[in-house]
Design a protein around this ligand. Structure first.
Ligand code: PEP
Ligand code: MG
Length: 358
């Protein structure tokens, strides 16, 4: 049986010619472009969203230039104890080794109120607030950096492991679900404590490891100027940003379709974030699903987003969409899209325009 994993076609007892043809296709992976360039020569860094070691290898095979989002939840789920510093370090080092000199952005634990982790009730912090209980509104609940700051020892273990793995200068750390400047300052304080401990213990690490935040809560967009003064980069999480801007739970089928990242309300939030970040001199990546949507890509590039991070299987498509655009065209499309009044209108408009230009 032969299977073309790209198209889903299957051949039973394939002929020699067919086997050779498929072989050629799979070899052509070696010839993936090392740069992602618009038609008018702008290089766009294209990163991958990754879940573990195997995924990191796959991302490189798919042509990723680095990891823009390492979701670390996989280390914590389906177990009864907190992953130790050594265990986390081994995983981060293994992934860093796979990535070589490519950038690797590690996001601290982003456990959701709807995804309880069994050992949290036993977490080292005994504060009642650090115990998981079912919540009526989990997406507005104890998530991401909120949970991490309530369990500071657990966060510190993760930060120590990330720092110890940061011997190269390609590793960055990023905090999820930020909704206030205070949260970022508190997380940076724990990072500073972790650094001080490691210094004392004689461990080497990158003192200048860049620190970023996910921008995925409307409050972070409106406070982007003050947040930008605290961090080295932003990464926009359009999956969460859409559900919070539109006040529509992305897991509730009755309203999920409202949580559409192509809603002009969401696109304007992205525009605001990029403008403010660039005024402050920091770069912006987009790591939500919008970054792999052929309709979303021209808008993001037109709004001046500096980098995209997508799931590995989407990389080939994203490369191809980028290579057919010019920045002028993307700016024009973004400008028009932001004046439309619905996601449906944006979708129709961009598809028509792209059809016309090919
Ligand atoms: C997002 O919210 O867009 C994002 C990338 O984070 P996650 O999907 O892991 O919540
Ligand atoms: Mg998110």
């Amino acid at each position: 049986l032969a299977l073309d994993g790209t198209t889903g076609q299957i051949w039973v007892e394939p002929s020699e010619e067919r086997k050779q043809e498929l072989q050629l296709q799979s070899n052509s992976k070696d010839e993936l472009p090392t740069e992602v360039i618009t038609q008018d020569g702008h290089k766009i860094p294209l990163m991958a969203n990754v879940l573990g070691e195997a995924d990191a290898k796959f991302a490189l095979d798919c042509g990723a230039q680095g990891i823009g989002l390492l979701r670390t939840e996989f280390l914590y789920l389906e177990r009864l104890t907190i992953p130790s510093e050594e265990e986390q370090l081994a995983t981060y080092q293994a992934i860093a080794e796979i990535m070589g000199t490519h950038p690797l952005t590690i996001r601290t634990l982003d456990i959701g109120g709807d995804k309880p982790i069994p050992f949290l009730n036993l977490a080292s912090s005994d504060a009642p607030s650090a115990r998981h209980t079912p919540e009526p509104n989990p997406f507005l609940g104890w998530r991401g950096i909120r949970q991490s700051l309530d369990c500071p020892e657990m966060l510190k273990i993760q930060l120590r492991a990330i720092l110890r793995g940061s011997y190269g200068d390609n590793i960055k750390v990023m905090f999820p679900m930020v909704s206030s400047v205070e949260e970022v300052r508190a997380a940076k304080e724990i990072l500073a404590e972790a650094k001080a401990e490691l210094r004392q213990e004689g461990y080497g690490f990158n003192e200048q490891m860049p620190v970023g935040i996910m921008v995925e809560v409307p409050a972070a967009v409106t406070m982007a100027d003050q947040l930008a003064a605290e961090v080295d980069f932003f990464s926009i999480g359009t999956n969460d940003l859409s559900q919070y801007v539109m006040a529509a739970d992305r897991t509730n089928p009755k309203v999920a379709k409202l949580a559409d990242a192509l809603e002009p309300a969401v696109l304007r939030m992205i525009q605001q974030t990029v403008t403010v970040a660039h005024q402050a001199g920091i770069p912006v990546s987009v790591c939500g699903q919008l970054a792999s949507n052929p309709v979303g890509i021209p808008i993001l590039l037109g709004l001046g987003v500096d980098e995209l991070s997508v799931n590995p299987p989407a990389i080939a498509t994203v490369m191809s969409v980028i290579s057919q655009l010019t920045i002028n065209q993307a700016e024009m499309l973004a400008g028009e899209a932001l004046q439309l009044d619905s996601a449906v209108g944006v979708r129709e408009y961009i598809i028509n325009q792209l059809d016309r230009s090919v």
